[in-house]
Design a protein around this ligand. Structure first.
Ligand code: FAD
Length: 421
């Protein structure tokens, strides 16, 4: 360790939650030689209800930490499989295969991955560095409030004992049902127009999976704006689930579990694929706080990351990469705060700027796409046209990585050219 490194106390910075957001923040803090505590109520390996798909946006964060991690955690990990693209299923049952195509980068491995969260999150935990990270598992933060010196938390340990701790900076990485984001008042209160409900199941032996492990999003009419998914996993398993905007779940009185099982049993394009398939375990649900609304994600002595900061992509439902990006940026700002001994809200505001400067354009565009899903006939039309037109298919393929192309989807001229082009 070089002599300029900071010598701080483990309690100066406390991270609550050791999912992708918290584990990433911890790894970056350790890489900068900053001591901190990481607290999670679960004991790892632990499950997290999720589609388990890891987009290519996870890669730059891992690469920044250590390029070898991409191979260790993803390409050479038997619990993880590479995916080369997406199948879109339109409401009328037609499908469109769209390969992932990184526009500005050449890579020597698959562009996307799928790994059960029980495995992926544990592989992140195994990278924690005990020299800088004091990791407490099975300990729940059950109360928190501002104190004279920062934030005071009450932690309930596994054996029932309770303890108070104080920190100068708290990183709230405690997921969709966050307690830490309550310190920002009503800013992160559940808003059904910016929140999604999701359920997940594991099935064995689903037929006709894509030979190159494409993930599948089926935009069934009864689930719009939302979708039914089938994501391939190692060992003949598939992650199968459904998600829908909470406002629509209420207004259309949808029971997600029944809608999903109904699609599996009766949807003409899906039912044959599930004949003989076996449900492994039970069907579980969890919330998705969407990033379709800009919110404050810092305050004095406090930074929020990942789901606690409502950072899930409102179109794809993808939140792991955004959580890891937040964790990385939070560690950077935490380092500056420790160096300058400044934990005031106006100093920490730079974290909001860093995160939203990188993510807001994308989140806003995805919100527009989510709203377009309210028009099933438009969806059918785009998929029909694209399946017959190679150039258009390539345009959609690049759209996942190219923001300028995505912006085209918002313009009426795009549909005009599609119609008459
Ligand atoms: C059904 C569903 C499908 C999804 N599919 C995908 C997908 O395919 N791809 C994708 O990228 N994203 C997907 N997401 C979103 C993704 O799961 C989240 O965005 C991601 O888990 C966010 O990571 P995080 O670290 O912010 O939170 P989490 O992963 O939720 O981690 C939070 C951690 O905090 C701990 N914690 C919570 N409260 C406390 C407390 N009081 N004290 C101590 N510890 C606490 C928890 O135990 C947990 O370990 C899906 C979500 C759902 C619900």
């Amino acid at each position: 360790m070089d002599s300029n490194r900071i010598t701080n106390s483990f309690s100066d910075i406390i991270i609550v939650g050791a999912g992708p957001a918290g584990a990433t923040a911890s790894m970056f803090l350790s890489a900068s030689g900053i001591r901190h505590s990481l607290i999670d109520k679960a004991i790892f390996p632990r499950d997290k209800i999720c589609g388990d798909a890891l987009s290519g946006k996870v890669l730059p964060v891992l690469k920044k930490l250590n390029p070898d991690l991409i191979h260790e955690l993803l390409t050479k990990n038997e619990n993880c499989i590479g995916s080369k693209g997406i199948v879109f299923g339109a409401p009328n049952g037609n499908t469109l295969d769209v390969p992932f195509r990184a526009v500005n980068s050449v890579i020597d491995h698959d562009p996307g991955f799928v790994s059960k969260r029980i495995d992926f999150d544990y592989s992140l935990i195994q990278q924690l560095n005990p020299e800088y990270c004091k990791f407490l598992q099975g300990s729940e933060v059950c109360e928190l409030d501002y104190s004279d010196n920062g934030v005071r938390i009450k932690v309930r340990h596994q054996d029932g004992k309770e303890e108070f701790s104080e920190c100068k900076l708290l990183l709230g990485c405690d997921g969709a049902h966050s307690i830490t984001n309550k310190l920002l008042g009503d800013e992160h209160k559940l808003n059904p127009k910016h929140y999604c409900g999701g359920i997940r199941a594991y099935y064995r032996n689903v037929k006709s999976m894509h030979p190159e492990n494409y993930i599948e999003l089926h935009f069934l009419k009864e689930l719009l704006p939302g979708y039914f998914w089938i994501f391939p996993l190692p060992g003949g398993l598939a992650n199968v689930g459904a998600g829908m905007l909470t406002a629509s779940i209420s207004s259309k009185k949808v029971n997600l579990k029944s809608a999903m099982l109904n699609a599996i049993q009766n949807n003409p394009s899906l039912k044959k694929r599930f004949e003989g398939a076996e449900l492994v375990g039970k069907i579980d649900g969890w919330g998705l706080p969407l990033g379709s609304k800009k919110r404050k994600i810092s305050a004095s002595n406090m930074l929020l990351c990942g789901d606690a900061a409502s950072m899930i992509d409102p179109f794809s439902g993808e939140g792991i990469s955004n959580a890891m990006y937040c964790g990385m940026r939070a560690a950077e700002v935490a380092q500056k705060a420790i160096q300058g001994n400044n934990f005031k809200g106006d100093f920490l505001q730079q974290y909001d700027d860093l995160v939203y400067n990188r993510m807001w354009t994308e989140l806003k565009l995805s919100h527009t796409l989510q709203k377009l899903c309210n028009y099933p006939s438009l969806f059918n039309f785009v998929v029909n046209k694209a399946s017959r037109n190679e150039t258009f298919r390539q345009t959609i393929s690049c759209m996942f990585d190219d923001m300028d192309l995505r912006k085209k989807l918002r313009k009426p001229s795009f549909y005009f050219r599609l119609l008459f082009g």
